[in-house]
Design a protein around this ligand. Structure first.
Ligand code: ATP
Ligand code: MG
Length: 180
């Protein structure tokens, strides 16, 4: 499984549609301070299910919608689409390519889809859980995260190892079954 493409409209500093293509191997994103490098990783974490505005470096979810500039009007919504190559069936879906989309309006309304079929946020979170790309995964290490991991309580740190080992899904299912 690898990341093939990231498309966004109205996400943070990206007012217009941007289309980033990745190829297998290493991709480096370079640019001056404040040019939007971290916004790219924020977009990836958001479409994969991030629900904390703070961890996306804002105070409320609306902060991820392009807020306008001297020359541009603000946007009414933010949308991110991530395309993954799934030839190796790293994601448990019978498709060679998997596309997930998330959109949020200023009203707070959200839309989610997997391969253009409307779904719930939970479906996206479940799809990526234990894939190594999940919401709790170790695959995206943002600025400050290393420190956070080192300073976290053993119980919280354990979640990171459980996701890496692929057992988080089963633990959550067990907890859900027990609560019924
Ligand atoms: P550094 O090298 O300092 O880490 P960076 O390239 O990672 O910088 P980002 O943090 O990705 O930069 O981008 C920050 C920029 O995004 C700021 O200029 C900020 O004003 C802009 N920005 C964030 N949210 C929005 C928004 N909702 N609307 C418009 N611009 C936004
Ligand atoms: Mg940055």
């Amino acid at each position: 499984m690898f990341l093939k493409q990231l498309e966004t409209v109205g996400f943070k500093s990206f007012a217009d549609k941007i289309d980033v293509q990745f190829v297998p191997g290493v991709t480096a994103v370079v640019g001056p301070n404040g040019s939007g490098k971290s916004n790219i990783t924020d977009a990836i974490r958001w479409v994969l299910g991030e629900q904390s505005a703070r961890s996306l470096r804002g105070s409320k979810m609306e902060d991820i919608i392009f807020s306008g500039s001297d020359t541009r009007r603000s946007q009414g919504y933010a949308e991110v689409t991530l395309t993954l190559d799934n030839e190796d069936k790293g994601l448990p879906l019978d498709y060679e390519e998997v596309q997930v989309t998330r959109r949020v309006y200023r009203t707070g309304d959200s839309e989610f889809s997997i391969n253009k079929e409307t779904c719930r946020l939970k479906d996206i979170v479940d799809l990526f859980m234990d894939s190594g790309l999940g919401r709790e995964a170790f695959s995206i290490i943002s600025q400050g995260k290393v420190e956070e991991i080192l300073n976290s309580k053993p119980k919280d740190r354990r979640v990171i190892f459980e996701e890496a080992a692929g057992v988080l899904k089963y633990k959550q299912r067990k907890r859900k079954a027990e609560s019924k």
